[in-house]
Ligand binder design. Structure first.
Ligand SMILES: Nc1nc2c(ncn2[C@@H]2O[C@H](COP(=O)(O)OP(=O)(O)OP(=O)(O)O)[C@@H](O)[C@H]2O)c(=O)[nH]1
Ligand SMILES: [Mg+2]
Length: 197
């Protein structure tokens, strides 16, 4: 699949504000600073489309980007930023759980994982929550440019092993680097398949 045109459509602070058309939505979620906004810029080929920052918590709203007038890429705030909160609702802020669990237009969710890290409890809990609620998802590993190919393979295998404790069948997984453009074609293919399904 190709992306020819990407345009910012709107920022929403509640799911009641998201676009009311019937276009499918593909969303990116993950911990603050994992690289969600950078990945949107890499995929669309537009460096400044989604706002990127080295400080966690940059994206605070649900941002919709209209792709080729046909579907939306959705940039979500990161989870796991407010460390003091205890309940699951707070842990995965209300705006995120509302969108992920209640937005009927959400077609497929990609959970982004920093490839450098050991499997993190908060990511595994989030994925478990998706499973419990029947949300279709895949995994995107980010920042692959920070590791050697061998280290990257090991990291993916480690995460797959952690997931296989929860899941009989593993979700699709794509390794990416927004810095280098790695995984762009593969991820676009995946998204194309999701949109056609
Ligand atoms: N080396 C490298 N750095 C990356 C990559 N992707 C993102 N970054 C850096 O990681 C930091 C966070 O990137 P963002 O795209 O803003 O992350 P986010 O997940 O949208 O963060 P929040 O909106 O705060 O939740 C920035 O400093 C990016 O430049 C990558 O593929 N490689
Ligand atoms: Mg962001």
């Amino acid at each position: 699949m190709q992306i020819h045109k990407a345009e910012f459509r709107c920022s929403s602070e509640r799911i009641g504000q998201v676009p009311k058309d019937d276009l499918k939505e593909i969303a990116f979620i993950g911990r603050s600073n994992v690289g969600k906004s950078s990945l949107i810029n890499m995929l669309t080929g537009r460096a400044g489309l989604a706002k990127v920052s080295g400080t966690p918590g940059k994206t605070r709203l649900i941002n919709h980007f209209l792709i080729d007038g046909r579907w939306y890429l959705v940039d979500l705030p990161g989870y796991g930023y407010a460390r003091t909160s205890k309940s699951r609702r707070d842990e995965f802020a209300k705006i995120i759980t509302d969108y992920v669990l209640r937005c009927e237009k959400l077609h497929f969710l990609f959970v982004l994982i920093d490839i450098r890290l050991e499997p993190q409890k908060i990511d595994l809990r989030f994925i478990e929550m998706l499973g419990e609620n029947g949300v279709p998802f895949g995994i995107v590993f980010t920042k692959a440019d920070k590791l050697s190919a061998t280290q990257a393979r090991r990291s993916v295998a480690r995460f797959a092993e952690a997931l296989s404790e929860q899941w009989e069948e593993l979700p699709p997984m794509v390794v990416t680097s927004s810095e280098k453009g790695t995984g762009r074609e593969e991820l676009l293919e995946r998204i194309g398949d999701c949109l056609d399904a």
